[in-house]
Design a protein around this ligand. Structure first.
Ligand code: MG
Length: 356
């Protein structure tokens, strides 16, 4: 078993092991020994796949197990779904000693985490992420949230889990589309922090060594989050490709493009912009584009660039008159680069004049 310790305000461990779902009861008991009840929060797609095994493992060590299932999909990520989760907890008399298990992808983890952060002013929760994106990114670091009609994750809290259990076997049920979605974030880790990860992704087929890759990505994120838990500085580097990526998702009304796909396009655009503004080493954008294509991710979008830039101004990360962009010096080295909103279109579109 691979074990990664996270020394945040409330420390916890991330466990990576094939088949860990069948021994989750013992691990959860060891991190939350006072709990008697466990509420599994999951969606209608994931719950039927793993619920029986998880319930058995939890009840074998003495927990009383409840479950709350909501309809799968980003459209469920709203305050009504959150309200129903609170209702399930109240109806079953959950106390501060009890525990929530978030079983599923990013939507499930974000919402179950938010409910855990706020129900009775905070109860313990465990993440069991089942998508590649959730395993390498959203289950680690303690960001929880829920969407408003006006934008994604506009409500949320920093709330760390008491453990994260990653079972790479759950990836076998993912469609290629969802696998590619996670690869967008994996490539991002290489771009911002690890040239060797980037090289490995170029040379090998990630699917064949996915456990090692998950461990490396989680370790990178752990290191960043430990140094900057609430995103006052360095944690923003994890947003490479995301300012434009979120804007692209929004321009598509979050329908026909996944987060990982949008981030891939955003990374390529930022690398090109970085090169043409004399910040990023020449050839970087080309390498990122090739790697994205290798893992079946798009590298450009038909949305007019002005619309993408305008949409990006509403990003949570924009402050006042400036937008904090993340740029690369080269593969594996990144930094925060504030650009005035009034100059952003020019900053990004230098590439258009040269490349198109
Ligand atoms: Mg992301």
């Amino acid at each position: 078993m691979r074990k990664i310790s996270v020394a945040t305000g409330r420390p916890y461990e991330i466990f990576i092991q094939r088949g860990i779902i069948d021994s989750c009861g013992k691990i959860i008991q060891s991190v939350s020994s006072k709990s008697q009840k466990v509420m599994i929060i999951s969606d209608s797609n994931v719950f039927p796949l793993y619920a029986e095994r998880i319930k058995k493992s939890l009840s074998d060590v003495g927990f009383t197990v409840y479950s709350h299932i909501f309809p799968a999909g980003e459209q469920s990520k709203n305050l009504h779904t959150i309200y129903e989760m609170y209702q399930s907890l109240v109806e079953n008399s959950f106390t501060r000693k009890d525990l929530i298990v978030a079983l599923g992808g990013g939507v499930t983890g974000d919402m179950a985490g938010f409910v855990s952060a706020t129900y009775l002013r905070g109860i313990n929760f465990v993440q069991i992420p089942t998508s590649l994106l959730a395993q390498v990114d959203s289950s680690v670091g303690g960001k929880t949230g829920v969407d408003l009609p006006q934008g994604k994750n506009l409500i949320g809290a920093f709330w760390q889990p008491v453990a994260v259990l990653i079972d790479p076997d759950t990836l076998q049920t993912l469609t290629p589309h969802f696998f590619a979605d996670g690869m967008g974030e994996i490539i991002k880790y290489g771009c911002i922090k690890s040239r060797s990860l980037f090289d490995t992704l170029e040379k090998e087929n990630a699917e064949n060594i996915i456990e090692e890759i998950i461990e490396e990505c989680v370790t990178i994120k752990r290191d960043v989050v430990q140094r900057d838990e609430t995103e006052k500085g360095e944690r923003a580097l994890l947003n490479f490709g995301h300012t434009l990526g979120h804007a692209i998702e929004k321009e598509h009304n979050f329908t026909d493009i996944s987060h990982g796909q949008a981030v891939a396009i955003g990374m390529v655009m930022m690398a090109k912009a970085g090169e043409n503004n004399g910040i990023t080493r020449k050839g970087t954008a080309e390498r990122i584009a090739c790697l994205c294509q290798k893992y079946h991710l798009p590298i450009s979008d038909t949305t007019p660039i002005d619309n993408i830039v305008r949409s990006s101004f509403n990003d949570k990360k924009s402050t006042g008159s400036a937008v904090s962009l993340i740029v690369l010096d080269e593969i594996g080295k990144s930094r925060i680069y504030p650009v005035e909103k009034s100059e952003m279109l020019d900053f990004i579109t230098k590439r258009v004049k040269i490349y198109e």
